[in-house]
Design a protein around this ligand. Structure first.
Ligand code: M6R
Length: 622
């Protein structure tokens, strides 16, 4: 996690760096810092704990920090607690205190990622007389660069590549060297980093929204590459120090898409953007009444040759996989396994060239998902990435890519990216069924027609949001909430439960409704809220029975079901109806009231909806 930025040009750097960090706060927000150089002078380092506004206050919104070249960081702690001393930037000098102020150091740096062998490297450096002031792995890497810089004396690029050979782990690094005013050096391995250039200025950032206001021309620096960045120019080098040419990519999406646009929170804005996200994703896949997978490079022969699908992902993306499992198995008659990426990467799951491993990820940078993708490739499986961020690591490394078109998602709790992933997986399942001959032409066409109605049905659910707002005010003091369902409704419950707990901090669990009686039902007591999801007609009565078992032990019941199932009101205390659709595609609708419920509960509890505690948008550490 963590977000890094850099700027070199003619303007005052600090306000630009703070502005960029504000757009990266979703990557971490327990402390922040800047290092800025004014011409040849030493770098001035300023740090603050807590959210970014503390740093902005401390520097008078950056105005108090002169200089046109600098780097910045917003932190999500991995090594060392969130304190001044551990906040970035870190410096190579043997200073006391927290390494802030005007620092007598040859190297100053910020880092996103984890250096796994930092203890061993620290010992080596201690042996060479280095003194450490923080608990971070970053201070170690900055001092290691300094060590090689002084030992070999052939410049920053060489010092950085020598360091890269010694460190294990992941990193995006931005470094300034005392002898190179106006320049920033950068390197990356398995952590995101982009470099943007404009007329007389250059920018570095962990993600595009941080620099979109200033430039749309971006280089995606490759894994194990180094960049030398000066105003308006960037040069790239491989591990041997040889210069490499990288293509300049033009970012086409709208900067306004990354702003709040009048909504109180990004999450609410993104919930409302779901009809567009789903429609855009569908439109990119469905052309002239057919799902076209050729852009993703998937041919009919490949689809016919499959014997197994493994879906690998984390968090909500894993929930998409859980939902897709039911749809794929039922329509395309293929065996589907859904694996947590953090587990998959360390298991010996048998894979063959006839296994399609689908890695689902909004950011395309989730460390566990990326590692799982690499494992799948090594073991000879065919890989498909379902990714939202264009040019992200997972998108670049997978054999095939199917992009979701949700646009930039800022709120830590995913909503529109989840919905875009769901619809993409549904379209994939329908096409696989057609190619493998498990559905008729008529059924295929009907399902595609139905998929195209989903955006409007989501819009209709959003029109009823006040009911969820009202209900959230009643549950604001709940201690535990259980989400239950069977089959696809269980997959929907998983997402409803995560949305609730991650932003409202109310303990919540999702349970396969039939499994409650095997232990968990002992937790049900007077007024425990149980939310049943009942969209699958074959399973409706069974889940109602499980809800009634909870009610007879004192539970308060909410139900989410499709229009027409009005008899649910006989059992549930509060019922939400969603429009009817093909039951395979119902997750796209049923999740919406659950997202709204989580959102409004968090708002009622006065919490930071977009940046919940302890979380970061993009989890680039293991
Ligand atoms: O970027 P990814 O889709 O790979 O992220 C996966 C999870 O970290 C993410 O879905 C997370 O669970 C969200 N906080 C859920 O709202």
């Amino acid at each position: 996690m963590c977000g890094i930025v850099g700027y070199t040009g003619n303007e005052q750097a600090a306000p630009i760096l703070l502005d960029g960090l504000a757009r990266l706060e979703y990557r971490g927000y327990d402390s922040a810092g800047l290092a800025v150089r004014d011409g040849e002078k030493l770098a001035e380092v300023v740090k603050a704990t807590g959210k970014l506004y503390h740093l902005a206050d401390k520097t008078d919104q950056g105005r108090a920090l002169p200089g046109a070249c600098g780097i910045g960081h917003t932190r999500w702690a991995t090594h060392g607690d969130p304190s001044m001393v551990n906040a970035h930037p870190h410096v190579s000098g043997n200073c006391s205190g927290s390494g802030s102020g005007q620092v007598e150091s040859d190297v100053v740096g910020v880092h996103n990622g984890i250096i796994e062998n930092f203890t061993e490297l620290k010992e080596k450096l201690l042996h060479h007389g280095y003194v450490f002031y923080s608990d971070t792995d970053t201070e170690v890497v900055v001092k290691l660069v300094d060590y090689y810089y002084k030992k070999y004396k052939i410049g920053p690029v060489d010092a950085i590549t020598r360091t890269m050979v010694r460190v294990r782990g992941s990193y995006a690094l931005a470094l300034m060297f005392r002898d190179y005013p106006g320049e920033i050096f950068a390197a990356r391995k398995d952590s995101p980093l982009i470099i943007g250039t404009a007329q007389d200025a250059s920018f570095l950032a962990s993600d595009v929204p941080a620099i979109l206001k200033y430039t749309r021309s971006v280089y995606y620096i490759g894994n194990l590459q180094v960049a030398r960045v000066s105003p308006g120019q960037a040069k790239f080098y491989d591990l041997n120090g040889d210069e490499v040419a990288l293509p300049l990519t033009e970012i086409t999406w709208d900067a306004a898409a990354a702003e709040k646009g009048g909504y109180e929170h990004f999450m609410l804005k993104e919930i409302h953007e779901q009809p567009a996200a789903v429609r855009d994703t569908l439109n990119s896949l469905v052309k002239e009444g057919r799902v076209v997978l050729s852009d993703a490079g998937l041919t009919d022969d490949m689809i016919r040759s499959l014997t197994q699908i493994d879906i690998v992902a984390c968090g909500s993306a894993w929930h998409v996989g859980m939902a897709a499992q039911y749809v794929l198995e039922d329509l395309a008659c293929l065996p589907v396994r859904v694996e947590l990426a953090s587990e998959f990467r360390y298991r010996s799951v048998p894979l063959t060239e006839h296994t399609l491993v689908v890695v689902i990820s909004q950011s395309g940078e989730t460390a566990d998902s990326l590692a799982a993708l690499r494992v799948a490739k090594e073991r000879g499986a065919l890989t498909l990435a379902v990714v939202n961020v264009i040019g992200s690591s997972i998108a670049r490394e997978a054999d095939h890519v199917l992009y979701t078109l949700a646009g930039p998602e800022i709120a830590v709790a995913t909503t529109k990216a989840y919905s875009a992933q769901l619809i993409a997986m549904d379209a994939l399942a329908v096409q696989m069924a057609w190619v493998r001959g498990t559905v008729s032409q008529e059924r295929y066409e009907k399902m595609l027609e139905e998929l195209c109605t989903i955006p409007d049905k989501i819009r209709r659910i959003l029109e009823e949001k006040e009911r969820l707002q009202w209900f959230s005010s009643k549950i604001v003091n709940a201690h535990d909430i259980f989400f239950i369902g069977r089959g696809l409704d269980y997959a929907i419950s998983l997402e409803g439960s995560l949305k609730m707990k991650e932003i409202s901090y109310i303990h919540s669990e999702a349970y396969a409704a039939g499994e409650l009686k095997h232990g968990t039902i002992s937790l049900i007591e007077h007024n425990t809220l149980v939310i049943g999801v009942l969209t699958q007609s074959l399973l409706f009565e069974k889940t109602v029975s499980n809800m009634m078992e909870c009610k007879s032990r004192g539970a308060y019941l909410m139900g989410v079901t499709t229009n027409g199932h009005f008899d649910l009101e006989d059992s549930a205390d509060f019922t939400v109806y969603i429009p009817k659709t093909d039951e395979h595609f119902v997750a796209s609708l049923a999740v919406v009231p659950l997202q709204l419920l989580g959102y409004y509960t968090s708002v009622s509890r006065g919490l930071d909806v977009d940046k919940p505690r302890n979380l970061a948008k993009s989890v680039t550490v293991e």
